[in-house]
Design a protein around this ligand. Structure first.
Ligand code: COA
Length: 382
C-alpha cells in the first residue's frame, strides 16, 4: 500500500525560497541589491536603453542593433490602435470602477478580436505579445480621457511607446526630462523574477491556456496592494501628510497600529532595491522641475523614518509614485502604468514556459477531518 508523504511535509508559507521555475529572463540578487535582465545589470540598462530595446532583450535574449530596435519600436507604435468595440466598452464602464479592473476587462475583451488568440505557436505569441504591449498603454490613456470628457488622441509615429503613452494620456508632448523619466520607469518595471503576477501568468500558460488568459490572470495578481497596487497607496499616503515635520508622527502612528507602510519591504531584497536608486533620482528631478519638491522631501523623510524604525527599505513602488505624479498621471492609474511595462516580462515568461512546459500543479497539506459519518439532509439538525 502506498503512503501519502505530503502529510509529513512542511508547508512553505507564501512559497518563500521555493524554486518553482528555471529562467534566463531576469535575476533578482536580493543580498547584494542587484537586478539583471538576460544577464545585463539594470544599472547599465536604466539610463542607456529605450523601453522597446529592453522588450526586445527580454523576448530574444540579446540586445537589438539600432535598426532592429527602430523597426521593433515602429511596429509596436503601429499596433497601438484599439478595436472600436473595446473603446466603446471603456465608455460603458461605470466611472467609479477602478482603472485596473477596467484594464483587466479590456485585455480580456481584446482576446476576442485577436486573430491569433488560440494559436500558441512561437510566431503567433510574438505577434500577440507585440499587440498587447502596444494596446495596453492606449487602453489606459483612452480610459482616462473618456472619464475626463476629453477627445481621444492617436499615437504619434515620431514617439516610442513610453513617450506616446504620456502624449496620449495628457494631450501635451512630454518634455525631454519627462521622456527620459518615463523611459526609465518603463525599463525598471519590465521584469522581476518570479513575482506573484509572473507566477500567475506562468501557471496559466502551463495549462497551455492562451496568452491573453495568462496576462489577464497576471493583471489580477498585480492589482493587489501587496504587489503592484502599492504605488497608488503610496501617493495617497504622501498626499495625506501635510509637511515634512508631520512625517515622523504619521509613520510612527501607522507602525504602532501595526499598519504596513506601502512601498516598503520586499520578499527578496535585504538591502536597497536597485530600481529605487534610479526612481529616487528622477523623483527629485521631476518634482523640482514641476514645482512639487515638497513631495520628494516628504518621501525622503518617510524613507529615513521607516529605515530607522523597522530597518526596511523602499521598493520600486515608493518613488515610482511621485515620478508618476510629477508626470501628471492620476494616482488611480499608477498600477496600470506598472502593467504597461510588466506585460513585457509576463510575455517573456509565458513564452519561456511554453518552450519547456510541464503543468504547474503543487500540492496542499490537508488539515481538515476525514471519515465523518454522512447524515441525509432530512435528518440534519441546525
Ligand atoms: N511596513 C511595515 N512592516 C513591514 C512592511 C511594511 N511595508 N513589510 C514588511 N514588514 C514587516 C512585517 O510586519 C513583518 O514584521 P514582524 O515579523 O515583526 O511581523 C516583517 O516585516 C516580515 O514581513 P512579511 O509580511 O513576512 O514579509 P513578506 O516577504 O511576506 O512581504 C511584502 C513582502 C512586499 C508583501 C511586504 O513587505 C509588504 O506588505 N509591503 C507593503 C506593500 C508593498 O509595498 N508591496 C509592493 C512590493 S514590490
Amino acid at each position: 500500500m502506498s503512503t501519502d508523504t505530503t502529510q509529513e511535509k512542511v508547508v512553505v508559507r507564501g512559497l518563500e525560497g521555493v524554486i518553482a521555475a528555471e529562467t534566463s529572463i531576469s535575476y533578482v540578487d536580493g543580498v547584494h541589491g542587484r537586478l539583471y535582465y538576460q544577464g545585463y545589470d539594470i544599472h547599465d540598462l536604466a539610463e542607456q536603453t529605450s523601453f522597446s530595446e529592453v522588450v526586445f532583450l527580454l523576448w530574444n535574449g540579446r540586445l537589438p542593433t539600432r535598426a532592429e530596435r527602430d523597426r521593433f519600436s515602429s511596429e509596436i507604435v503601429a499596433d497601438m490602435r484599439l478595436p472600436s468595440q473595446v473603446v466603446e466598452m471603456l465608455r460603458l464602464t461605470p466611472p467609479h470602477s477602478h482603472p485596473m479592473a477596467v484594464l483587466r476587462t479590456a485585455v480580456s475583451m481584446l482576446a476576442n478580436f485577436d486573430p491569433d488568440v488560440e494559436d500558441i505557436s512561437p510566431e503567433a505569441n510574438r505577434r500577440k505579445g507585440r499587440r498587447l504591449l502596444a494596446q495596453i498603454p492606449t487602453i489606459i490613456a483612452d480610459l482616462h480621457r473618456i472619464r475626463q470628457g476629453l477627445p481621444l488622441i492617436s499615437p504619434d509615429p515620431d514617439y516610442g511607446v513610453s513617450s506616446n503613452f504620456i502624449y496620449m494620456l495628457r494631450g501635451t508632448p512630454p518634455t525631454e526630462l519627462e521622456r527620459k523619466a518615463m523611459r526609465v520607469l518603463m525599463v525598471l518595471h519590465a521584469d522581476h523574477g518570479l513575482a506573484a503576477s509572473t507566477f500567475a501568468a506562468r501557471v496559466i500558460a502551463s495549462t497551455l491556456g492562451d496568452m491573453h488568459s495568462a496576462v489577464v490572470g497576471a493583471i489580477g495578481a498585480l492589482k493587489g496592494p501587496l504587489h503592484g497596487g502599492a504605488n497608488q497607496r503610496v501617493m495617497e499616503m504622501v498626499l495625506n501628510i501635510s509637511g515634512v515635520d508631520m512625517v515622523k508622527e504619521y509613520i510612527e502612528g501607522m507602525l504602532e497600529n501595526r499598519q504596513r507602510i506601502m512601498g516598503f519591504g520586499h520578499r527578496v531584497y535585504r538591502t536597497e532595491d536597485p530600481r529605487t536608486t534610479h526612481l529616487r533620482k528622477y523623483s527629485e528631478m521631476l518634482c523640482e522641475a514641476n514645482g512639487k519638491r515638497h513631495l520628494y522631501e516628504i518621501q525622503r523623510r518617510i524613507e529615513q523614518t521607516v529605515l530607522e524604525a523597522k530597518g526596511i527599505y523602499p521598493n520600486v513602488d515608493f518613488y515610482s509614485a511621485t515620478v508618476q505624479y510629477a508626470l501628471g498621471i492620476p494616482p488611480e492609474y499608477y498600477t496600470c502604468v506598472f502593467t504597461a511595462s510588466r506585460v513585457a516580462g509576463w510575455i517573456a515568461h509565458i513564452m519561456e514556459q511554453y518552450a519547456d512546459n510541464r503543468l504547474i500543479r503543487p500540492t496542499s497539506k490537508y488539515i481538515g477531518e476525514l471519515g465523518l459519518p454522512f447524515v441525509p439532509i432530512d435528518q440534519r439538525q441546525a
